[in-house]
Design a protein around this ligand. Structure first.
Ligand SMILES: [Mg+2]
Length: 382
């Protein structure tokens, strides 16, 4: 079998789909994208195509090593996202060629269904409480919310109070048994992170995510070392080497690699195993489309330390083009009572509606994240 062609489509809300075709008539799909830089990653994919066309797609590990090592320069969000989408498509091809789901190729499932969580929004505590009750009524046993809007490096305690009021609103609405994850989104700097992390303790978070930016992770041991709840991070780390350093330093309880940003299934599997060796949990980051989600689930089903999976269905920027809209049959990714059952179809386990993709690509997208400023006019983290 040989790779014959790579085609990409930029589709709303903010995604990039890749189709890898072969001379055997089998094709595989992947999502090589980083949010806000879809066109840059798309260019990288087509540069990689030079060394992919003519290769046997079943030699996934060797292709991965060629893409990673063969260009001399390596790593980072753009290249690792390009490799990620290609790698997903290769696993999809291999599974389809053999008639089995990817998790069968990785050793077989360790669980029958995967616990899922969703996002809730809202600025005021009563709005948050309302949304929290809604998703629990849908069957979710956990949800995630943003911790805070922009926060200056040293800010007023009123911002802390506002964050606590929102989390308190959510906790009061759903009781103590529902998991509340709180994403700091890298918006909080060390001087305020140490305050906010501690003030959240009475609300028993499921975890706090990205309490500081990836470049400031070394301070976690000091500011989060003795907290009574788990710390999660990893959506902006792109290789097992970056995760190795994080795990070795003992600074994290849950790793969140993004299977579309960290070199795909091949690399995420290695990261998951590295985490398992440190008794650290896995909760793959996945705010993207159906292929990212399907690939994440394939990893969850073979990873003993995977405990919950993110997904973006119903999130505000997916409106009109949501995760299930690009599938021929939405059944495999349909969440029932907060779980997705084991994916049992060949490859990634989902079939993309190519006509829908082609039509949506005519609209395309230029999604960019918002640019925020502090009150004094300086740039704020989004
Ligand atoms: Mg996050």
């Amino acid at each position: 079998m040989k790779i014959t062609k790579l085609t990409t489509w930029s589709v709303p809300p903010r995604w990039l789909f890749l189709k890898v075709e072969t001379d055997a008539g089998i094709s595989g799909w992947g999502e090589p994208v980083i949010e806000g830089r879809a066109a840059t990653v798309e260019t990288a994919v087509h540069e990689f195509a030079d060394i992919l066309v003519g290769r046997d797609p079943r030699r996934i590990e060797d292709i991965w090593q060629t893409l990673y090592r063969g260009g001399f320069y390596r790593g980072g969000p753009i290249l690792m996202s390009a490799i990620a989408g290609i790698d997903q498509a290769l696993w999809d091809i291999k599974g389809k060629a053999l008639g089995v789901p990817v998790h069968e190729l990785l050793g077989g499932a360790v669980r029958d269904r995967m616990r899922m969580y969703c996002w809730i929004g809202g600025d005021r505590p009563d709005e948050i409480g309302h949304h929290a009750r809604e998703v629990v009524a849908q069957g979710f046993s956990a949800f995630k919310m943003n911790g805070t809007a922009e926060m200056a490096i040293v800010d007023s305690h009123a911002k802390i109070d506002a964050a606590i009021a929102r989390v308190g609103g959510a906790r009061a609405a759903v009781g103590r048994d529902i998991g509340i994850a709180i994403d700091f989104h890298g918006r909080v700097h060390r001087p305020m992170a140490k305050v906010l992390l501690r003030e959240l303790e009475p609300f028993h978070p499921l975890f706090v995510e990205e309490p500081v930016l990836p470049e400031h992770l070394p301070c976690l041991a000091q500011i989060a070392g003795d907290l009574g709840y788990p710390i999660a991070t990893g959506e902006r780390l792109h290789t097992r080497f970056e995760f190795r350093d994080l795990l070795k330093a003992g600074m994290v309880d849950i790793v969140q690699p993004d299977i579309s940003h960290c070199g795909g299934i091949t690399e995420a599997r290695k990261i998951a195993i590295l985490a398992e060796a440190h008794d650290v949990a896995l909760a793959p980051h996945s705010p993207l489309g159906p292929l990212t989600l399907a690939a994440s689930l394939q990893l969850d089903f073979v990873s003993h330390n995977a405990f919950i999976q993110e997904q973006s269905m119903g999130i505000h920027y997916n409106q009109g083009n949501d995760v299930l809209d690009y599938l021929v049959d939405p059944a495999p990714l349909t969440i029932t009572n907060g779980y997705i059952p084991l994916l049992d179809r060949p490859g990634l386990g989902v079939e993309i509606d190519e006509d829908k993709v082609r039509a949506a690509a005519r609209q395309g997208h230029r999604w960019r994240n918002p640019l925020w400023r502090h009150e004094d006019g300086s740039v704020a983290e989004w």
